[in-house]
Design a protein around this ligand. Structure first.
Ligand SMILES: [Mg+2]
Length: 384
């Protein structure tokens, strides 16, 4: 019999995604320390005897970073985001593979379509991860999750994923990371103190390196310590909005629904600058533009009769690298000040180390502002 209270929100994350898709075509690298990174240089060379010769990390010169590392490379201390030259010191003989985004997009579509054959409420959150709402699909969640995993491996010709299942997206995302690779982890509400609370605060999506460091400085290392922290102390350190979110997050409370693209309405404003602006040198100008964008989004929302729960920002740097961050509010809003505050929280989570070409502000997870649901949302969101 189905347990109606069983958790049914899934987070599915492909295992060491880029490098795993490379190993599908270079099966001789199975079980080998290897990384993907450094652009499209370093193509493997086919030798006359039919074997392939790969570049090694020690051959690399430049400023590229590791995009993904195999578990064998991780065992040597090499992780994604690490500079390739730095990682060469730890694993000089590790294989270096070029990046092939076309291939990763192709396999991404295969993986997502495979999940769609089983579940239809899917939220795309990245090239290698999605949320899935299993509500409405009959059957035991573990059995459904296993069939999803099989479908993904089948459709991709051998890639594996890790699945986390919980009552909320926030906990499901933490859970998918607990038994990688090829994991399947269910965390019911009642298990949060045992499974989630011992983990470092940085495991929560939305607690970045800066917030983690600040929490650690307050003596708060684990999610459990955060759950039991003094709300006044947190508010003093982080402000009201973020401190309230931190406490809800530590208790696993996150009411964001899994939204398919079709439903997920948003309103945004963005602007490309006449000249690239420097994060420090042009700070004043950037601040003005930032405020102006928030005011314009707020006016759009009010004019069209919407309030939103999630505030996002988009930054494009001089080198065309685009970064987005979002932040979910405890209450729906159309208020420019609230949007500005949330957008600032997003901005704090981006490393500003080069000039900026474009800045955008978006409000999503919209509801009609006249909807009676709004009132219910506000009541339901009182801290539990
Ligand atoms: Mg992944």
């Amino acid at each position: 019999m189905d347990d109606l209270n069983a958790p049914r929100i899934c987070h599915i994350d492909m295992d060491s995604y880029f490098v795993s898709t490379e190993i599908l075509r270079y099966p001789d690298l199975k079980g080998v320390a290897a990384v993907v990174g450094g652009g499209s240089r370093h193509q493997p060379r086919l030798m006359p005897d039919g074997t392939r010769q790969y570049a090694r990390l020690k051959d690399y010169v430049g400023r590229g970073v590791v995009t993904t590392a195999t578990y064998e490379a991780r065992a040597l201390g090499v992780f994604s985001g690490m500079g390739l030259m730095k990682s060469a010191k730890l694993a000089p003989e590790a294989v270096l593979l070029p990046t092939d985004f076309q291939r990763y997009k192709h396999y991404s579509a295969l993986f997502k379509n495979a999940v769609r054959t089983i579940a239809s409420t899917i939220q795309d959150v990245g090239i290698d991860e999605i949320y899935v709402d299993l509500n409405g699909i009959p059957g035991d969640v573990l059995a459904i999750a296993r069939s999803i995993k099989h479908a993904v491996t089948d459709a991709t010709g051998g890639l594996t994923c890790s699945v986390g299942i919980a009552h909320s997206k926030l906990v499901a995302k933490i859970a998918s990371d607990l038994q990688k690779p090829n994991g399947l982890t269910v965390v019911p509400m009642s298990a949060i103190p045992d499974i989630i609370w011992p983990l470092a605060v940085s495991k929560v999506n939305g607690i970045g390196p800066k917030a983690s460091a600040k929490l650690n400085a307050l003596g708060i290392m684990t999610i459990g310590e955060l759950a039991k922290a003094d709300p006044a102390l947190l508010q003093e350190a982080f402000g009201r909005t973020y401190s309230e979110w931190l406490l809800r997050a530590a208790h696993g409370v996150d009411r964001r629904p899994v939204t398919t693209e079709r439903e997920s309405k948003s309103m945004s404003r963005e602007t490309t600058f006449d000249r690239d602006l420097h994060p420090k040198g042009d700070r004043g100008r950037l601040g003005e533009i930032f405020t102006d964008l928030c005011i314009r989004v707020s006016e759009d929302l009010k004019r069209k009769g919407y309030v939103g729960r999630t505030v996002g920002i988009k930054l494009r740097f001089q080198d065309f690298q685009t970064v987005t961050r979002d932040y979910s509010l405890p209450e729906l809003t159309d208020d420019a000040l609230v949007i500005r505050r949330a957008a600032t929280e997003c901005l704090k989570r981006i490393k500003l180390n080069q000039r900026i070409r474009l800045l955008g502000v978006k409000v999503s997870a919209l509801e009609r502002s006249d909807s009676t649901k709004l009132q219910l949302f506000r009541q339901a969101d009182l801290f539990e």
